[in-house]
Design a protein around this ligand. Structure first.
Ligand SMILES: [Zn+2]
Length: 144
C-alpha cells in the first residue's frame, strides 16, 4: 500500500535559503542590505531601492492573526479536516501564510498572538520541515 504524501510546495531559486533555515528550525526572511526592507517573497532585487545585496534576517517567530479560513472539504487525503489556513502579521512587517495547528478553529479571533512552530512532513518530494503557527494564548488541541 502506498503511503500518501502531502503535495510538495513549489520552490524557486530565491526560496532555497528560506527552506534551509526552516529545516534548522529558524524563521528567516530575505532582507535588503541597502534599505532594510524585507523581501517577501524573496527575489533578486529590492522592490524599494533596487539593491541586490541582502541577508537572511531572523524573525522573532511571533505574530498576530490577521485573517483565516477553515477548510472543511478534504482536498488532500493526507491532510485531515478541518484545517485552518491563516495570514499572520509579523512584528517585523511581512504577512506570512500558514496553517494554524494546536488550536481549535472556534477559538480563533482577530489579532490573537501567534507563534511559529515547525512540523516535519512527508511530501511528494520527500521529507520537509514546514513552518506552521499556533496560538500563544490557547493551547487547546483539536480533539478528533
Ligand atoms: Zn532596499
Amino acid at each position: 500500500m502506498t503511503v500518501p504524501h502531502r503535495p510538495a510546495p513549489q520552490r524557486g531559486v530565491f526560496d532555497e535559503p528560506y527552506w534551509h533555515h526552516v529545516a534548522a528550525g529558524e524563521l528567516r526572511l530575505q532582507r535588503c542590505s541597502g534599505c532594510g526592507a524585507f523581501r517577501y517573497p524573496p527575489g533578486p532585487v529590492c522592490p524599494e531601492c533596487l539593491a541586490e545585496e541582502h541577508d537572511w534576517a531572523a524573525l522573532s517567530g511571533t505574530g498576530s492573526l490577521l485573517a483565516w479560513t477553515v477548510f472543511h472539504r478534504r482536498y488532500f487525503p493526507e491532510i485531515p479536516v478541518p484545517y485552518v489556513v491563516a495570514a499572520i502579521r509579523t512584528p517585523e512587517g511581512p504577512i506570512l501564510i500558514g496553517n494554524v495547528v494546536g488550536t481549535r478553529d472556534s477559538r480563533l479571533s482577530h489579532g490573537m498572538p501567534m507563534r511559529a512552530v515547525y512540523e516535519d512532513v512527508d511530501t511528494t518530494d520527500g521529507p520537509l520541515r514546514i513552518c506552521q503557527w499556533t496560538c500563544l494564548d490557547d493551547p487547546s488541541h483539536f480533539e478528533e
